[in-house]
Design a protein around this ligand. Structure first.
Ligand SMILES: Cc1cc2nc3c(=O)[nH]c(=O)nc-3n(C[C@H](O)[C@H](O)[C@H](O)COP(=O)(O)OP(=O)(O)OC[C@H]3O[C@@H](n4cnc5c(N)ncnc54)[C@H](O)[C@@H]3O)c2cc1C
Length: 370
């Protein structure tokens, strides 16, 4: 029987879509080479991005006012949630969906060909196969350790901390510390390369994390559970037949996508157009934001984020999340641009417009290689 919907890929986006479609009463086929694979990544997002249909138990921890550091401290008036990954995955149950363990090798409008040779047709086919790695795509990388909260005394939850106590030489590609509670007992401490082409390696980030935690009197035993992060932040293409990272739901300048995909899953399941012209322009502007980040000299990053986190909360929110607030995104980017110091502004303008600017002896590209 031809199903209403075929979902290719059961990562957070595809699984949320299939889950919501089943609950709407649609007949669903979901294809993934490893549909039973347990997710291990720690997913976090802003609390206001959580869709109301998710059970509250999926939230592992909430940080009501996370800190961000450029060269100075910024207290963010926006609650941030860290999800319990196992509970999230379980809550996105697939009910009566027909789950096929296979690889989709050709995904077209209304039909899919699997590696086994099986052909599936469906009323709608959505590609949620994520993004493949490529040297042409900037990536986000991080190396994290999970530490008993009692060893983190004095360490505030940190959305990002660019202070230079991680042992990196001035002028080296920068990375920041991300520090969030997983629950009442454990914290994830992660040295993160926001975006790079190529991005910093895990080994490099591990060395920096150790140096940073040593400097902050957070002792490591050496046997802490580790989280490795590496995923492309470029390559998604908005469109009615793709979803999640593959479909342009990943914010290229921050790497976040899970909140946006969960928020849009219902509308996509209902067959609504989730890419109005405003969303497409916002997506392009965020791509320009990534270009600007890739082009900034390393030493300028902390100042750039000082300027960003000094913007009014609404402007920060419009830039960081949501997908359709074009006016808010333009206001945020214009306000940021106007507030940047002169030389930084020139470089950001050139990068945003895709114009090459001589680096005057400084290492071009803070974020590695833009
Ligand atoms: C450790 C770690 C921590 C992260 N933390 C965060 C975070 O805090 N917040 C956030 O927003 N993002 C975070 N990310 C990024 C986030 O994981 C990705 O952006 C997100 O998983 C993208 O979701 P997706 O469902 O679109 O794609 P994916 O998660 O890439 O899922 C794609 C799915 O498609 C399947 N698939 C692949 N090829 C085929 C095929 N040919 N046929 C059928 N199925 C196929 C795969 O098996 C997979 O299940 C993190 C990433 C990592 C690695």
């Amino acid at each position: 029987m031809k199903p209403d919907l075929v979902v290719c890929g059961l990562g957070p986006a595809g699984r949320a879509l299939a889950h919501r479609a089943v609950l709407r009463g649609l007949t669903v086929i979901a294809v993934d080479p490893a549909p039973e694979r347990r997710w291990t990544a720690t997913y976090a997002m802003w609390a206001d991005e959580l869709p109301g249909w998710l059970p509250p138990q999926v939230v592992g921890a909430t940080v009501s006012r996370p800190m961000a550091w450029g060269t100075r401290a910024h207290r963010l008036d926006r609650p941030y949630v860290v999800l319990d990954t196992a509970r999230l995955q379980t809550s996105l149950h697939l009910g009566d969906a027909n789950v096929v363990s296979d690889r989709a090798i050709q995904v077209g409008p209304g039909h899919v060909t699997l590696a086994s040779g099986t052909k599936i047709t469906g009323g709608r086919v959505i590609d949620a196969r994520g993004l493949t790695r490529s040297p042409a795509r900037a990536e986000q990388t991080a190396y994290g350790v999970i530490v008993d909260v009692r060893r983190c005394a004095g360490l505030d939850p940190l959305f990002m901390d660019w202070r230079p106590d991680n042992g990196a030489a001035p002028g080296d590609p920068p990375s920041f510390l991300y520090a969030v509670p997983l629950d009442g007992e454990r914290m994830l401490l992660e040295e993160t390369c926001l975006a790079g082409r190529p991005a910093l390696t895990g080994a490099h980030l591990r060395t920096r994390l150790r140096a940073r935690l040593h400097a902050r009197n957070v002792p490591l035993a050496g046997d802490e559970p580790v989280e490795h992060v590496r995923f492309p932040v470029q390559g998604g293409r908005p469109g009615p037949r793709r979803f999640g990272a593959a479909g342009g739901f990943l914010h290229p300048a921050t790497g976040y996508s899970v909140g946006a995909a969960l928020a849009a899953a219902d509308a996509v399941a209902a067959g609504q157009d989730v890419w109005p012209a405003t969303a497409r322009i916002v997506h392009r502007l965020r791509g320009a934001g990534l270009r600007a980040l890739l082009a900034l000299p390393p030493g300028d990053l902390p100042l750039f984020f000082d300027t960003f986190f000094a913007l009014p909360p609404d402007a920060q929110r419009a830039y960081l999340s949501g997908r359709t607030d074009l006016a808010g995104t333009v206001t945020a980017m214009s306000a940021l641009f106007a507030a940047l110091p002169g030389p930084l502004r020139r470089r950001v303008a050139a990068a945003t417009l895709g114009v090459a600017v001589p680096s005057r002896g400084r290492r071009a590209s803070a974020m590695m290689g833009g």
